[in-house]
Design a protein around this ligand. Structure first.
Ligand code: TXA
Ligand code: MG
Length: 514
């Protein structure tokens, strides 16, 4: 790769006073196949010449992006639309009149000239005209269409400041143009106009109501990957925006009782020596009365907090989805830098920009990993389940682990479990050693899946703060009646039947999105 940290050039540009000489080297590098990270009004983008398949391939390589997730083509001027799209419906032109340049991406039938790698082989192309003056000038000087995803490593929060790009990709790109913090802080609204029935594939700062007002008809928002079987925007099915810390969403407490309950949850974490971060408006934070270090405008280089502390970051004075969106990704990254184990983030009503904010927040809080299978002794059912899950899942999915409510630590897997998995799946449980379920294991897990309803109830009673993560495996598979009884001391056939039942449920769980 033509990069390497020493090769990186950071160019600071004042968006109010852009000089072409500053941008020309980056524009030229872009045209000639190098990667350039640049600010847009939404998030920072990682650009490559869209006409150069080898350059576009480097985007996928440096981000670690799955190849079936297509890129947005960025253009300086709506006049250039027909260079990448065809059969452009009149509605597209009306929307561009209203919102371009700006945070709106249109999905349209693609022109034959757009390389396959840009669209991941789809016959549509996503196009956007960024409004940020630095992005516009860069595109004009580069004189090529620019394919650009957000400039983060795949799966991490999108970058809204230059240092976010630096920490994710600093050693892998040629140029980083630092134009300061991004105005909106969330990626553009993606609107599909390729089917005759406009649909929002990704909510953003241009809302469904904004679009409907121009379209003259209601425009639905596609349910996101979390609830849809076959997401139409391929990128929506991947885990996104997730910091290292666990993220729990809380609703702004409306009564003293609710405030107390939330403060109690925070104390549960800090009391066990964990670092808790809060992302909310000042009004919500003040109402809590929890003893927190305030981080209203922190520098990037902050040393890890002492264990058992709580820090708060106020995105603004009062609940406000625009201000919360602007600060969300930056807040998640900052709280990660402070080594927070848990981030409590304020939820907001899901209308207008609040829909886009909650869409990103939900994804950030979606189960990080691992999937924790729980049974009694951790010698039969749960190690079999974890091993089968690891066999069946995608390599990039969260790993499966297991523990027992009443395990004797160090005990090997039972003979029956070992033989059944070896014979039917060629999986060895030889190195498995039982371990007891701990709070730490539960804190880290994205899903906590028990074998029976009784086990689930016991765990939910012990950890009400994690209740939404605790399910029976049957429930997680969409078959709530399916308990897995303990095969302990049964015949090999009995173990084989247990394994087959586990396999079925795990397949169903994975099909539902894991
Ligand atoms: O604000 C933004 O849109 C930023 C800045 C840099 O412009 N870009 C951005 O790109 O967020 P990215 O790659 O992180 O997200 C692009 C989204 C993905 O969910 C992708 O699946 C979807 O757009 N997409 C791209 N091409 C598509 C197509 N032809 N059909 C449907 N969805 C498409
Ligand atoms: Mg992205």
């Amino acid at each position: 790769m033509s990069t390497g940290k020493k090769g990186l050039q950071v160019i600071r540009v004042d968006p109010e006073r852009i000089e072409d000489e500053q941008l020309l080297p980056a524009a030229k590098a872009l045209r000639h196949g190098q990667l350039v990270a640049f600010p847009t009004e939404t998030v920072y983008g990682l650009g490559a010449n869209a006409n150069d398949p080898a350059a576009v391939a480097r985007i996928f390589a440096v981000k670690g992006r799955p190849p079936d997730n297509p890129l947005i083509v960025h253009l300086a001027d709506p006049d250039q639309l027909s260079s990448v799209a065809r059969d452009i419906p009149p509605l597209a032109l009306r929307l561009l009149d209203a919102f371009a340049p700006g945070p709106l991406t249109l999905v349209l039938p693609r022109a034959a000239t757009v390389p396959d790698i840009v669209t991941a082989g789809l016959d549509t192309v996503a196009v956007r005209f960024p409004a940020h003056p630095v992005a516009r000038r860069l595109l004009q000087l580069a004189r090529v269409p620019v394919a650009a995803p957000s400039a983060n490593r795949s799966g991490l929060p999108s970058p809204t400041r230059a240092w976010h790009v630096l920490e994710d990709l600093g050693d892998r790109i040629a140029f980083l143009i630092d134009g300061g913090p991004c105005q909106y802080g969330l990626e553009s609204t993606v609107l599909d106009l390729s089917t005759g029935r406009p649909v929002i594939l990704r909510p953003g700062s241009i809302t469904a109501a904004d679009i409907a007002a121009v379209a003259g008809l209601p425009v639905p928002t596609e349910p996101t990957a979390d609830d849809a079987d076959a997401p139409r925007s391929p990128g929506m099915k991947y885990r996104h925006y997730a910091p290292r810390a666990r993220v729990l969403v809380f609703q702004p407490p409306a009564s003293p009782g609710e405030r107390e309950a939330l403060a109690g949850q925070i104390l549960t974490w800090t009391g066990r020596g964990k670092r808790a971060g809060l992302f909310a408006c000042r009004a919500s934070l003040d109402g809590l009365g929890t003893d927190c270090i305030r981080l209203d405008d922190p520098a990037k280089a902050v040393t890890p907090l002492p264990p058992g502390t709580c820090v708060s970051l106020a995105y603004g004075p009062v609940p406000d989805p625009v201000a919360a969106s602007r600060r969300l990704f930056d807040g998640l990254r900052l709280l990660d830098h402070l080594a927070c184990d848990i981030i409590f983030a304020e939820g907001l009503p899901e209308d207008g920009v609040g829909l886009a904010y909650m869409n990103r927040l939900r994804k950030a809080s979606s189960p990080a990993a691992p999937v924790l299978f729980v049974c009694a002794g951790n010698t039969c059912r749960s190690p079999m389940a974890a091993a089968l899950y690891n066999l069946l899942r995608e390599p990039s999915a969260a790993p499966g682990v297991s523990a027992g409510l009443a395990a004797y630590p160090g005990e090997p897997a039972s003979d029956g479990a070992r033989i059944a998995l070896q014979q039917d799946y060629q999986i060895s449980l030889a190195s498995h050693r039982a371990r007891r379920l701990t709070d730490d294991l539960m804190d880290e897990a994205g899903h906590i899946l028990t074998m029976t309803g009784l086990q689930k109830e016991a765990l939910q009673a012990a950890r009400p703060d994690l209740a939404d993560r605790i399910q029976t495996l049957g429930e997680a598979a969409g078959r709530p009646e399916a308990d897995i009884p303990d095969p302990f001391d049964g015949s090999i056939l009995h173990y084989q039947q247990t394994a087959a039942k586990l396999e079925q449920l795990i397949r169903a769980f994975l099909e539902k999105g894991g």
